[in-house]
Design a protein around this ligand. Structure first.
Ligand SMILES: [Zn+2]
Length: 242
């Protein structure tokens, strides 16, 4: 069975043109999503994957551009498609995800009170690793908003996907991978996303493997710098065979 990693969206939270940053591992059995922001339905349909072909979801952390699409998936899969999507999360984000975020809009349905488990097949990630549909995933903590847990993921020891984070020099040098999709803030001074200068300080052999993601609509002004020092900008629709 052929499997590919595919970028579904590459925009920062305020991008109006590139969908929320997320990716998918796509095979004949469906698309396993890495994050599920509020643009997910349009992004999946636009990318050719199709909103109805989700086989599973991993959530890195609880910000709207990474989780608000779960409301759409939860309702449409429960009531229209009649199935629960496996939802892989670290236990550390459960309270933020359900009690503090989704419960307000999904906590009551026609049948009465509802829980996250009524909408999804919730699977907790233990020992920081899991397998799904023949692909191995290694999960690691990254450094995003203070006090808020956030996790990156390494797919088949081939693709390192950082999710939202500041620079994580020990992880990008210690892990085994061929390609890295890394959060970036193109404008300096961002306290919770990796400023471009902090990524330029990575070793050259790391920078060669880096595709930058989660960038703003003015990315073209930085294209020269990025293509000179890194593999480039991650673009929606780009694929890597797993
Ligand atoms: Zn975030």
């Amino acid at each position: 069975m052929t499997r590919v990693f595919q970028m579904v969206g590459t925009g920062s939270s305020d991008s109006a043109t590139m969908f929320n940053t997320s990716a998918a591992v796509v095979s004949e059995s469906g698309a396993f999503l890495i994050d599920c922001g509020h643009t997910i339905k349009h992004a999946l349909n636009d990318s050719g994957i199709g909103f109805d072909n989700i086989s599973g979801i991993f959530i890195s952390h609880v910000h709207g551009d990474h989780v608000f699409g779960l409301e759409r998936v939860g309702y449409e899969y429960l009531f229209r498609l009649n199935r629960k999507v496996p939802l892989f999360i670290k236990r550390e984000i459960y309270t933020e995800l359900w009690d503090q975020t989704l419960k307000g809009s999904m906590g009551r349905i026609g049948e009465g009170e509802a829980t996250l488990e009524d909408f999804f097949d919730v699977r907790y990630i233990t020992d920081n690793q899991f397998e799904f549909d023949g692909v191995s995933y290694d999960v690691f903590a990254v450094d995003h908003t203070p006090g808020k847990p956030c996790f990156g993921i390494c797919i088949n020891r081939k693709i390192l996907y950082t999710a939202d984070t500041l620079a994580i020099p020990s992880i990008v040098t210690d892990y085994t991978y061929d390609y890295c999709f890394h959060d970036v803030s193109l404008h300096e001074g961002n306290p919770v996303h990796a400023n471009l200068s902090s990524l330029l300080a990575y070793p050259p052999n790391v920078k060669q493997k880096l595709y930058l993601m989660s960038y703003g609509d003015d990315w073209q002004a930085f294209d020269n710098t990025v293509t000179t020092h890194f593999a480039g900008f991650a673009k929606q629709g780009m694929t890597i065979e797993l």
